[in-house]
Design a protein around this ligand. Structure first.
Ligand code: A2P
Length: 280
């Protein structure tokens, strides 16, 4: 199992990203980032709305690695979408993270039920800003998050530069097959948020049995399963032993029949967040 995936523009992306959603700003975020880097993570998944980019930035600054050794992602929030507002939001994120470029910048959500009825135009304008940032070398890759096929189709119709990543909810019981297949056909790498189903899938009986067979934790099985399905998982933890545990997934392989069994447990433990009806 490779420790990197390659985006369509040849940019290498470390195959496990360290998630920062719900990581509290301050010492917790700073120390988690530093420990993650020490553990071997080289990919950090941030977002403006997580409210902790300043601390994530301090963690990056103090982690002891050169900037080029890390892959850093952030996302433009719903209320900042649009051409000028995206450019402004990007500068704020860059400032908060104390960086002078990002490896990947994403549109966080495609549509907001009560904010924008005109999501097609808003996303097209936002995308123009993303393309400008890419062309100017301020981001090494550009992508989206929580886009379903119809959002992607609309975006692709207008895009000069196509998205290299779509970050969606992905864990055993929530595979979003149609969306993943669409992305694969279009050479868009799928990243999985909440790869442990926010803890829910960790109690699943079959997964527990499988984990003990491989002498691994259920979390490790979930992450390895995503990797074997060519989806890049983004586990979040602020607990030191879990940060380490979630990175030890390159030393075992889930058999084809066990992969099939996990792939068949669809419709379990999903968040229920629907990209067409987000109200925030
Ligand atoms: P914590 O940060 O307290 O360690 P997801 O990535 O699916 O959204 O899940 C994140 C949740 O799962 C967090 O509550 C996190 O808690 C917990 N978590 C992360 N890694 C593990 C693990 N290896 N075992 C159990 N729970 C975990």
């Amino acid at each position: 199992m490779e420790k990197y995936f390659k985006l369509y523009n040849d940019v290498k992306i470390p195959s496990i990203g360290f998630g920062t959603w719900q990581t509290p700003e301050g010492e917790t975020a700073i120390n988690s980032i530093k420990l993650a880097v020490q553990t071997g993570y080289r990919h950090i998944d941030a977002a403006a709305i997580y409210g902790n980019e300043k601390s994530v930035g301090v963690g990056i600054k103090e982690c002891g690695l050169d900037r080029e050794e890390l892959f850093v992602t952030s996302k433009v929030w719903n209320t900042e979408r649009g051409y000028e507002t995206t450019l402004k939001a990007f500068e704020k994120t860059l400032n908060d993270l104390q960086l002078d470029y990002l490896d990947l910048y994403l549109i966080h959500w495609p549509a907001s039920a009560h904010q924008f009825n005109n999501w097609r135009e808003i996303n097209a304008d936002t995308w123009k800003a993303m393309e400008k940032l890419y062309t100017e070398g301020k981001i090494r890759a550009l992508g989206v998050s929580n886009f379903m096929e119809h959002h992607l189709e609309t975006l692709l119709d207008n895009a000069k530069i196509k998205p290299s990543v779509n970050q969606i909810e992905y864990h055993p019981g929530c595979m979003q097959n149609a969306c993943v297949n669409f992305c694969t056909e279009n050479n868009i790498l799928v990243e999985g948020w909440s790869p442990l189903g926010r803890g829910k899938v960790l109690e699943h009986k079959m997964l527990k049995e499988m984990a003990s067979k491989y002498n691994k934790s259920v979390a490790q099985v979930c992450l390895r399963w995503a990797l074997q399905n060519k989806v890049l998982p983004l586990p979040k933890s602020t607990t030191p032993h879990r940060i380490k545990e979630n990175f030890v997934v390159f030393d075992f392989e889930i058999s084809a029949s066990d992969m099939k069994a996990i792939n068949q447990m669809d419709n379990f433990g999903g968040s229920g967040l629907h990209p067409d009806a987000i109200d925030f």
